[in-house]
Write a protein that binds this ligand. Structure first.
Ligand SMILES: [Ca+2]
Ligand SMILES: [Ca+2]
Ligand SMILES: [Ca+2]
Ligand SMILES: [Ca+2]
Length: 355
């Protein structure tokens, strides 16, 4: 910003020329030994009015030169706001004034370190006869700091020119400051996991199912994550919602939701005897037993869902001696998976009367 030229009111000039202005109530820090008093001719006076509009505590240094020789150097700290954010500075016989303003570090105590790493907020050189006249004045305004959208302590334009920030689209805005989120081409969808032989299952890694593209970050450098970790145990039939996130190299993210449900897809294990031999009673009939007590039946998920069993000839039915038939058994797990087996039923009459 080019500071405006300003002719100050005569009353201010009188105050400056008599050495009363600016020093009262303003924090003043002078680098090096205090300069020797310089005779000030009233006709050679100027006043530099500094206003801090940066919103930051700033250090201002003014160097006055006359005839090519530095005649005065003054440094001041201007706070971000309040009465100490402005200062009326100097009177001298300067032919040239150079003014620099930098950010002051709020955590260090010396001028030297305050200068380290700070932005140069404003800088200007003013020539006598061109930018100010005797008894004239200069308004020096410290403007808002340069944009530092990525909060790394240096102007973003410097970040880009020094290759410490990417600007793949060449719009002078660091890519990490842009809202160029990745585009999701495919989410993971609704995922079904079959319970294993022990009725257990875990959340799988869904990130490899995501397909996304980004205008700046190559697809193979996009980072995918899920908010329920792969390997988390599942419960039968209870869907688990999972948020999936894709992040580009500039920390812009896009999300989609998926779910994982564990089902039982394994039928029960059912083993029938090859043949069932029944012996008739005194009335020459044999009673069909409850086959659930005879067959081997189990299921991978029977601890969490009930198993049902049926037989084609009901338990308790009476079969006549000499009958040979086939009976089938069916087991159904809680998810509707069924298994069947069959056995031959032979009703025998023992030799000799039954007692
Ligand atoms: Ca920056
Ligand atoms: Ca950019
Ligand atoms: Ca992007
Ligand atoms: Ca099962």
């Amino acid at each position: 910003m080019q500071p405006r030229f300003k002719i100050l009111a005569f009353a201010a000039l009188v105050a400056v020329a008599s050495g009363q202005a600016g020093q009262q109530g303003c924090p003043v820090q002078i680098t090096g030994p205090a300069p020797a008093p310089i005779p000030v001719a009233p006709e050679g006076s100027i006043l530099v009015s500094i206003e801090n509009h940066s919103g930051l505590t700033s250090v201002v240094e003014a160097v006055f030169s006359a005839g090519g020789q530095e005649v005065r150097r003054t440094t001041r700290v201007l706070t971000a706001s309040g009465i100490e954010s402005t200062a009326k500075v100097i009177r001298t016989t300067a032919e040239e004034v150079r003014i620099d303003a930098r950010i002051a570090s709020p955590v260090t105590g010396t001028i030297e370190t305050k200068y380290l790493g700070g932005f140069v907020l404003a800088s200007g050189t003013y020539l006598k006869g061109k930018d100010f006249e005797d008894r004239g004045g200069i308004d020096f305004i410290i403007p808002p700091p340069p944009v530092d959208c990525n909060s790394n302590g240096s102007p973003d334009s410097t970040d880009i020119s020094s290759n410490t920030s990417r600007d793949c689209d060449r719009n002078t805005v660091p890519d990490e400051c842009e809202s160029g989120v990745p585009t999701l081409v495919q989410c993971a969808g609704e995922i079904v996991v079959a319970a294993d032989e022990n009725g257990a299952g875990v959340v799988p890694d869904l990130t490899h199912l995501l397909v996304a593209v980004d205008s700046c970050t190559p697809a193979n450098q996009l980072q995918s994550s899920q908010d329920v970790a792969a390997g988390t145990p599942l419960s039968l039939g209870t869907p688990v919602s999972i948020m999936l996130t894709v992040a580009d190299a500039d920390a812009n993210t896009v999300q989609c939701s998926s779910s994982v449900t564990m089902i039982d897809a394994t039928p029960p294990l059912l083993v029938c005897p090859g043949e069932l031999v029944l012996t008739v009673n005194s009335r020459l009939h044999a009673k069909v037993p409850d086959m659930a007590t005879i067959v081997q039946v189990s299921d991978n998920c029977q601890t969490v869902s009930p198993l049902t069993f049926s037989q084609s000839i009901p338990a308790g039915a009476l079969l006549p001696g000499g009958m040979v038939t086939t009976m089938s058994m069916t087991a159904t797990d809680g998810s509707g998976n069924t298994s069947e087996c069959a056995c031959t039923v032979r009703v025998v009459v023992p030799i000799g009367p039954e007692s």
